[in-house]
Design a protein around this ligand. Sequence first.
Ligand code: URA
Length: 422
Amino acid sequence: MIAIIEKKKNGQVLSKDEIKEAVMGYVEGSIPDYQMSALLMAIVLKGMNEQEIVDLTDIMIHSGDMLDLSAIAGTKVDKHSTGGIGDKTTLAVLPLVASCGVKCAKMSGRGLGITGGTIDKLESIPGFQTKLTFSDFVNEVNQIGMALTSQTGNLCPADKKIYALRDVTGTTESIPLIASSIMSKKIASGADKIVIDVKVGSGALMKTLEDAKNLAHTMIQIGKKYQKEVICLLTDMEQPLGYAIGNRLEVEEAIKFLKGEEVSKDFYELVLTIATYMVHLGQSIPMEEAKEQVLENLKNGQGYQKFLEFVHAQHGTLYQKERISHKNICATSTGYIRQIHADQLGSIVKELGGGRERVEDQIDYEVGVVLNKKVGDFVQLGEVLMTVYENQKTIDEQRYLNCFEISLEEVETRPIIYEVIG
Ligand code: URA
């Protein structure tokens, strides 16, 4: 292992056997955390070539089981996000896509770092079951067209173990490590076609468009080796997505969207675009036709009906819960919103109890913030910038205010989707 670490430290190319020795040794316990950490850091600093990334992905895929979804007829389309603040897209996209007749068998994760996870969001619905057996997972997709579960079976144990180590060793922001982590899970979980939302900005793992493009191309190349069609959307994460951040608040925002109520422009556009790509891939129909179907099923409420069926199938009960205490944070000056720091808001919501400091921590599903303004909006002195929902812990008002930058000049807004690759 020392020779392998040194080889990578010197910027040399690792063979598949060497990568396998390191990864499988780590999974099996013969290689300790400190040696794996050193290798991961060398990979972060020196990178990997395309062959090494493909080899690493292949080893991670075969470190555990691969799901066989052949009992589900038709094309299975999956989606994945590299993670962002307020990203509740899956909750709105999947029912909409399933209502258009495209099968969605999706595995999701829990929150990590300052970003939330779909499984935690769903668990804010009382009674909701997120741990399905493989046969229940397949049956649900066959019955209602969709299912969402936390990891089932022994899927990519190498990624599970390495990801946890990366989280605590400053080695998350690496294109080879992110690409192999995402693609190994997507390939092992059996979907035919995959749409990946690659987030770019201060609240995302990829801080620049150039890095995000690089990551997208790498994942598309890996997909090709396994005959999986991959489409990557590069999307903005300079400000939180939508208005809500916090588990239950985000579920409520997704429901609002599905009910056809007004939501923020960025969230609306992103959900519709991802859903359209998934229907386009799933049915092999032109984009225009796919978009028509998606819009129609949003308008006629079929997407919302599918969401209700899905919640019912996984034993959840939707009801209006009484709100915990909340307070408004108001602007201390007049002007245009220039920045809403997604990363800072993500950290605050995590601190309030909306995320975990340690794996064993209990999440407080009720806490979070709901923005009243987005970048580019005009705000008057004293007007509400956001409402915050606090429970066990309170945070100084100034820290909330620091998340906003207000300028006197008008602000040009960024698009939510920068580019589509694949
Ligand atoms: N999501 C993943 O699954 N893995 C990464 O490395 C980053 C985001």
